[in-house]
Write a protein that binds this ligand. Structure first.
Ligand SMILES: [Zn+2]
Length: 589
């Protein structure tokens, strides 16, 4: 079924190899370098393409300018959320075909056993939950890990990053190793008698709330004690005490979604650096020790800073040597780039030691906009209850990353969202840079009535309702837009909204103006151009530089990786492969 242009010699019998290579695509001409036999995806959560030039990101620029840069890449789907992109990238599918479409999930088929049409929050699903719903019409689809396993038997697909729902949605059923930060633990000192405290750092809480590596098949070398002093916990334990908010709790807009210790920033303890430094260090440790063919490194630092301070609106120069500075977008971007540099050094070492080449993919899971027009509540800590609205009498199932399914309510909505539910027909709504509503009565008439009502909400440019076929969203109406909003909307909005047309998805969708948010100050989730645009770079040694304006959507990532590696897809994808490294002369690398 699978053909691969490069297979590890030890895994293939000579006779079989002849057959396999005889069927290899003709692009592998004599004298050209072999295609890549490993792939590393480095995802910068919420990175806007322009950050590479606005901030000091020399490693990103270097790969972008010497690899294949799809300058006009965009997601092409909704919801433009972290928990979506990590599976779009690893499946080549649009949300409507991948089992869930948004931050919330209507359990149409009662797969979680809490009742048909009960609502669940996807950001809190467990790894096994994701594996359960990674199906299109009940059929499990192959993901990047499955293709790599078939092409390189015995090799591992590894995902690593701070966020559980990013790592676990990318891992799904077939990823081999998943490493992310655990939930906050009250006390890890029972395992480590002298605690995790670095005694040389004044003011670092010693017995605060720590996070440690968790996930699937987490290697011992990430969870073990300090190699020098076994009474101390190891490098990959992170002080995530919320008391260390580095000033983000005292200021608007960051207090909507304040920092929590060193989860998303390098932080205050040099022995236990957090954020993207943690993710990269864990990735590199595994890169050298594991037999991997695919690695997905997802770095959450830029996203946290962007949510707190307003993404592209957070441009004031920062002193990144200070803890307060570290919470801002500039410092997050520049630290992420330093981590990319470390990862690339490791990639070069692995290529030299193991042979072959590694294809490196740089992208983001979504862009962002900011709340110049802000319709959420502005009180400290309002982020979650701005995003989620589950009326008190209904609730939503919230799995929690450490297991245990609870029914919770988010019943403290902003006034505009409360008004949306004046008729009591809203079962759940999620609002960020779009508004998405699941209705109790989701008949066509009820959907249309709610779409009409939503068109009157502040910041809304267009509303849609899911038509009875369930495969499309129907435009209810529009409000006035700026010229640039209208151009983007006309070209892309309908196809983007249609990717949410699935039984689990929202019944009514409202798109918002640019620079408009109902969630936190810097936000994403909708169809605005700056939310949809993402960097998209493919690089490997010897590739001809190519900056192309051809249309590229994020579902194209997996087909493009597989084509570059000479692996044929065996299942339908929504994305399509793009040629890489054509440079100025039309040659492959
Ligand atoms: Zn994200």
């Amino acid at each position: 079924m699978y053909r691969s242009r490069v297979l590890a010699a030890s895994t293939v019998l000579a006779a079989a190899a002849t057959v396999l290579f005889a069927g290899a695509p003709s692009t592998q001409a004599a004298g050209k370098p072999a295609p890549p036999n490993r792939v590393v995806i480095v995802l910068f959560d919420q990175m806007l393409p322009q950050y590479a030039d606005e901030f000091a990101m020399p490693n990103f620029r270097s790969l972008r300018d010497s690899g294949t840069n799809f300058k006009k890449a965009y997601l092409g789907y909704m919801a433009s959320e972290t928990v979506m992109a990590h599976n779009v990238i690893t499946s080549g599918l649009e949300p409507r075909h991948m089992g869930w479409t948004d931050e919330a999930y209507r359990d149409h088929g009662n797969v979680f056993g809490k009742g048909a049409d009960q609502m669940h929050i996807t950001g809190d699903l467990s790894l096994s939950d994701f594996a359960l719903i990674e199906k299109n019409n009940g059929v499990a689809y192959p993901k990047l890990a499955d293709y790599l396993h078939a092409a390189y038997p015995g090799s591992e697909f590894i995902t690593v990053g701070e966020k559980s729902y990013a790592v676990e949605s990318a891992t799904g059923a077939s990823g081999d190793i998943a490493v992310r930060l655990s939930g906050r633990q009250k006390d890890v000192t029972s395992d480590y008698p002298t605690g995790c405290r670095n005694l040389s750092i004044p003011g670092v809480p010693g017995n605060g709330q720590w996070r440690s590596p968790a996930g699937k098949n987490v290697p011992d070398y990430l969870t073990g004690p300090d190699p020098v002093d076994p009474k101390l916990c190891g490098r990959f334990f992170i002080n995530a005490d919320k008391n260390n908010d580095y000033g983000t709790k005292a200021a608007f807009p960051s207090w909507l979604y304040p920092g929590e210790g060193n989860r998303m920033v390098p932080g205050n303890d040099p022995q236990h650096l957090g954020g993207d430094t943690w993710a990269a260090d864990a990735a590199i440790a595994m890169m050298h020790r594991e037999n991997w063919s695919g690695m997905f490194i997802t770095m959450g630092g830029i996203d946290k800073a962007g949510h707190m301070w307003g993404a592209q609106d957070d441009t004031a120069p920062q002193d990144c040597t200070t803890l307060a500075g570290m919470t801002h977008v500039q410092c997050a971007a520049e630290n992420a780039d330093r981590q990319l540099g470390k990862v690339l050094d490791a990639v070069h070492q692995v290529d030299a030691q193991r042979g072959g080449h590694t294809l490196v993919v740089l992208t983001a899971d979504h862009g962002a906009t900011y709340g110049q027009h802000f319709y959420g509540k502005t009180a400290s800590g309002s982020g979650d209850s701005n995003w989620y609205y589950a009326p008190a009498n209904l609730g939503v199932w919230d799995a929690g990353t450490e297991g245990g399914l609870d029914q919770v309510t988010y019943s403290n909505p902003s006034p505009d969202i409360a008004a949306l539910n004046a008729d009591g027909n809203v079962q759940f709504s999620y609002q960020s840079t779009a508004i998405e509503a699941w209705l109790l009565d989701h008949s066509q008439n009820a959907d249309r009535a709610k779409a009409k009502q939503m068109l009157g909400m502040p910041g809304v440019i267009a509303t849609y309702w899911k038509n009875p076929s369930g495969k499309r969203c129907q435009l209810q109406g529009t409000n006035s837009m700026t010229r640039s909003e209208k151009e983007w909307w006309k070209a892309h909005a309908q196809s983007i909204v249609d990717t949410m047309a699935a039984p689990d998805g929202p019944d009514v969708v409202g798109l918002l103006h640019d620079k408009t948010s109902y969630g936190v100050y810097g936000d994403h989730g909708g169809a605005q151009e700056s939310v949809q645009r993402v960097p998209m770079v493919f690089w490997m040694p010897g590739m001809k530089a190519d900056a192309t304006s051809e249309s590229f959507r994020t579902p194209d990532v997996m087909p493009t990786i597989l084509a570059a590696m000479g692996i044929r897809t065996t299942s339908r994808t929504d994305g399509r492969p793009h040629a890489l490294g054509r440079g100025h002369h039309g040659h492959p690398w």
